[in-house]
Design a protein. Structure first.
Length: 486
C-alpha cells in the first residue's frame, strides 16, 4: 500500500483532491485537501448533458495542478473518480481521453449507486456507530441516498436532482420556484419507504454549509462540523427560507459568500427530502465520497470495515504522538480497574468508562510537543483531532479529563463546554482516576499492583515499597472524602 495516496473526486460543480498518509495497517491521516470550482457540468443541462469545451479545459487545467501538488507531496498512488455530470455526458470519452493523454491520469466514472455506497462507507467507518440512518449527498448534478441498518448498507439510490442542474434549469432562467419544487417532487416520488428514517446523515458542501450556519447561530461551543447534530424541527424553517431567498438576502441570513451560487438550490432539495423521509435529526458528516474511495481501497481485505475494536482517530493519534507503549498498557488496565473498584463510592454511569479509557490511552500525547504543560497540549490535540468515531460529547469530555489532570474542576472552568459535559461531580471523579493512575505509573508502580475498597478506606497492595507513591498521594485532590491506605 502506498504511503501517501491522493484521491480526486470530479463532481458536477467542484473537483476536490484529498491526500492521505498511511500510518499503520488501518490508521491514516489527512495531510492535504484542495478544491477547485471547475463546474464541469456548466452548460451541460441545457444541451442534453453535453460537456462544454470551456468546462473541459477548466477541469483539465485544475487537474494538472492537482497532480503537481500530489507529486510535490510524494504521492505514490492516485485514485480519481468522476460522478454525475461526466457519467451523464454523451461526450464523456472526450474528457476521459484528454485526461489520460495529456495528464496521464486515469479517471474512473462511477454510477450513482456506487457514489452513494462510497459516501455511506465513509459514514459507517468514521461516525459513531449508528443502528439506523439514511445518508444524503447533494451534489451538483445528482443526489445520492443510502440506507444504513446495523452498520450495513442495505439500499442505495441516485436521483437526477442536483444544485447545478436546478440552477441552470430553473434559477438562472428566473422560472417560478413552484416549477423547481414540482421538478424535485417528481424526482422524489421514486423513493422507496425504506429510506425513511428519524436520522439523516448529511454529506456534501450544501449540508456542511448549513451545519456551519447552525453552529454560528446557536453559539455551539465547538466549530467541528463532523458529527454535529441538530433537529429538523429548529432547522427546517431556515432551510426553506434560504431556498426562496434572493442572493442579496443570503448575506443577511449568514450564508458564506462562496456558497451563494448553489445553496438555494441545495436547500430546496434538502428541505423536500427532510419532509419526504420524515426525519427528526440531522448529523453532519465531514467525510464522503473521497474517504469512501480511499477506505474501499485500504479495507478491501476486511469487507470494507475497520475491525470492531479499531477507532481511526484514536489509533492515528497514538501512532503519531504516543511515545511509550508500556505506559499506555498500564494506564488502560489500571484506570479500568480503579473505575470498577471505586464504583461504590462514585456510582458513575458505566458509559463513562469508555471516555476514561480513551483518555488513559491518550493522556501523554501532549508530551510529544513539550513535557511542560503536556496535559494542556494533549487536551488541545484531542479537541481538534479526535473526530472520527466519537460524538462531540465524548470528545469534549476526553479532552477535559486530560486537561485538568491533577486538579479539582469547578463549574467556572467548564462553562464554555457545559452543554456537552456531564455533571461536575462525574468530571472530578474521572479526572481523579486518571490522575491517580498516572501518578502510580510515574512513581514506579507496575501492573502487579492491587486495590481493595473496604468501607471508606481504599487499600493499595504492592509487593515492594512505594515511597514516592506515598508522598504523591498527599497532593492528590480527591472528589470526596475517603482514605487511601498503602
Amino acid at each position: 500500500m502506498a504511503k501517501r495516496t491522493a484521491v480526486i473526486d470530479i463532481g458536477s460543480n467542484s473537483a476536490r483532491m484529498a491526500i492521505y498518509e498511511k500510518e499503520s495497517r488501518f490508521a491514516f491521516s489527512l495531510i492535504k485537501e484542495i478544491k477547485s470550482r471547475v463546474r464541469i457540468g456548466e452548460g451541460a443541462y441545457e444541451t442534453d448533458g453535453e460537456l462544454q469545451d470551456f468546462a473541459i479545459k477548466r477541469a483539465l487545467d485544475a487537474l494538472s495542478e492537482f497532480l503537481q501538488i500530489a507529486k510535490n507531496l510524494q504521492c505514490k498512488k492516485i485514485l480519481c473518480v468522476a460522478t454525475s455530470a461526466v457519467r451523464d455526458a454523451p461526450n464523456a470519452s472526450t474528457f476521459i481521453n484528454e485526461a489520460k493523454n495529456r495528464l496521464n491520469l486515469k479517471i474512473r466514472i462511477i454510477d450513482g449507486n456506487k457514489e452513494a455506497y462510497y459516501g455511506a462507507l465513509a459514514v459507517i467507518n468514521m461516525l459513531p456507530k449508528l443502528s439506523e440512518a439514511t445518508t444524503i449527498d447533494i451534489g451538483g448534478g445528482s443526489t445520492e441516498l443510502a440506507k444504513i441498518k446495523n452498520g450495513k448498507i442495505v439500499k442505495t439510490i441516485s436521483l437526477d436532482i442536483g444544485t447545478v442542474r436546478l440552477k441552470e434549469l430553473f434559477f438562472d432562467n428566473k422560472k417560478p420556484s413552484d416549477e423547481a419544487n414540482k421538478f424535485i417532487t417528481k424526482k422524489l416520488s421514486s423513493l422507496d419507504e425504506v429510506f425513511c428514517s428519524n436520522t439523516i446523515i448529511g454529506i456534501g458542501g450544501t449540508i456542511r454549509a448549513l451545519g456551519k450556519l447552525f453552529i454560528a447561530k446557536t453559539n455551539y461551543p465547538l466549530s467541528t462540523i463532523h458529527g454535529f447534530e441538530y433537529s429538523t424541527k429548529i432547522s427546517l424553517e431556515l432551510i426553506r427560507k434560504i431556498a426562496v431567498s434572493s442572493v442579496l438576502n443570503l448575506k443577511n441570513i449568514g450564508v458564506k459568500k462562496d456558497r451563494y451560487d448553489t445553496i438555494r438550490e441545495g436547500c430546496a432539495i434538502f428541505g423536500a427530502l427532510i419532509e419526504k423521509l420524515n426525519a427528526k435529526k440531522i448529523i453532519t458528516s465531514g467525510v464522503g465520497i473521497r474517504e469512501g474511495v480511499y477506505l474501499s481501497d485500504i479495507l478491501r481485505s476486511s469487507g470494507g470495515k475497520f475491525p470492531g475494536n479499531f477507532n481511526l482517530s484514536l489509533e492515528s493519534l497514538k501512532s503519531r504522538f504516543a511515545q511509550n507503549s508500556q505506559e499506555i498498557k498500564f494506564m488502560t488496565k489500571i484506570s479500568e480497574e480503579l473505575f470498577w473498584k471505586l464504583k461504590p463510592l462514585h456510582n458513575l454511569n458505566d458509559k463513562l468508562l469508555y471516555p476514561l479509557i480513551t483518555a488513559s490511552k491518550l493522556a501523554s500525547i501532549g508530551r510529544s510537543l513539550n513535557f511542560y504543560q503536556e496535559h494542556l497540549h494533549g487536551a488541545y490535540f484531542i479537541l481538534n483531532n479526535l473526530n472520527y468515531g466519537f460524538t462531540h460529547k465524548d470528545k469534549v469530555l476526553i479532552s477535559t479529563i486530560i486537561r485538568f489532570y491533577g486538579k479539582k474542576v469547578y463549574e467556572n472552568d467548564i462553562r464554555e463546554y457545559k452543554e456537552l459535559l456531564p455533571s461536575i461531580k462525574e468530571i472530578n471523579w474521572l479526572v481523579f482516576i486518571l490522575t491517580f493512575t498516572k501518578m502510580l505509573f510515574a512513581n514506579g508502580a507496575s501492573e502487579d499492583i492491587k486495590f481493595e475498597l473496604m468501607g471508606n478506606f481504599f487499600h493499595i497492595v504492592y509487593p515492594k515499597q512505594l515511597h514516592l507513591v506515598k508522598s504523591a498521594i498527599k497532593n492528590i485532590s480527591k472528589p470526596e472524602s475517603f482514605a487511601i491506605v498503602l
